[in-house]
Design a protein around this ligand. Sequence first.
Ligand code: ATP
Length: 439
Amino acid sequence: MDATPELDPDLLDKVVNLAKRRGFVFQSAEIYGGFRSTYDYGPLGVNMLRNVKNAWWRSMVQTRHDIVGLDAAIMGPSAVWAASGHLETFTDPLVDCLVCKERWREDKIDGVCPNCGSTNFTSPRAFNLMFKTQAGPVEGEGSTAYLRPETAQGIFTNFANVLSTTRKKPPFGIAQIGKSFRNEITPQNFVFRTREFEQMEMEYFVRPDSADEWYRYWIDARFNWYLDLGIPEALLRKHEHAKEDLSHYSKGTTDVEFLYPWGWDELEGVANRGDYDLSQHSKFSGVALDYFDQAANERYTPYVIEPAAGATRALLAFLLAAYHEDEVEGETRTVLRLDWRLAPYQVAVLPLSKKPELEGVSTEVLNSLQPHFMCDYDVTQSIGKRYRRQDEVGTPYCVTIDFETLNDRAVTVRDRDTTTQVRVPIADLTHHFWNLSTS
Ligand code: ATP
């Protein structure tokens, strides 16, 4: 196993600072003093977050014949959460420090107040993490609704719909990306733990006797997804939960963990949920949620293997892993070594000068690339400064248009990581980038 790499103690601050300064992530409602632990994704952040979600969708849905997508409602009636167990068990033990009055999750503080060091707390109280609201104008039990704390339940409640409309057979999966909400007691570490966040979850329905095999399969597949998108292996590990730590629904859970600046912590959870969810919803709704295997003449309730990832948490991990400071021509530069598929911009088009002669050809180059790649266009400042600005936000390639372009119909392509430059004819540019991105 690789030795644990040394981490820069200021890494989180540097990434938070860069994220704000360059328009990845802003504090929500900042002009009103900020809404604690809630964040908005700026022009670069929204591109990158979409890229994270697209990469997940591509690997889970687009490139597989056994998984289909879904986009279920965020708000749901009490009945769903009674069946799933969230009304009763989705709680954290909450304690108040008797000295400084700060409130903490008892299971996260090792008996000592992280704020003042006191060991005097109130006794723990159960605190339900779901956001409760009311649907419609009349208050009452029938109108109580909840914001989903995970996307999974919308998949289970649509199991029969998806089965009958797609004619899929186990093993098959239903994937979903969307917002989830948890009234976290101690949201922290930037977008790592927030009250509003985005999840990417897939429920994979299998024959019970093949559940363990698929559980192992998905642990490896999900681990490899992060590797493939550029997180170094030394920053990733698998952590299998001990039986006594498992959630009420789980027959086995393994987290994919990332080495954050504060230590190893969860990036994604892969769980064998058994037949808990389908059985519960079947019992509570009275609708059969099982599968009839015609070939074997056998009816069974599928087991579910669930890889559950956070899109916003993954964005943070990708940023942390990509952040580097190196030296180019005697100067320190900040560079995000983001995978091409995740970078907010794949290509920056940079006319060497603002002179009108270069405008026409620069626009032509931009127009030819934009249908294929997310492009930035920047004419301000010296070319060296503009390269640094692109390096800092992870743009893999810069295209510079100079006066020679008017004669040779070619441009200079600069590589972010090596800083090497090659001359490429405008006519070949799109193919040039396609080839680089798939090599
Ligand atoms: P944790 O122990 O960190 O609270 P969890 O085990 O409760 O997480 P799951 O219910 O397994 O998390 O959710 C699946 C994934 O959703 C997590 O691995 C994480 O990536 C993401 N996630 C969960 N809660 C949050 C949150 N409050 N903010 C951001 N992402 C979250």
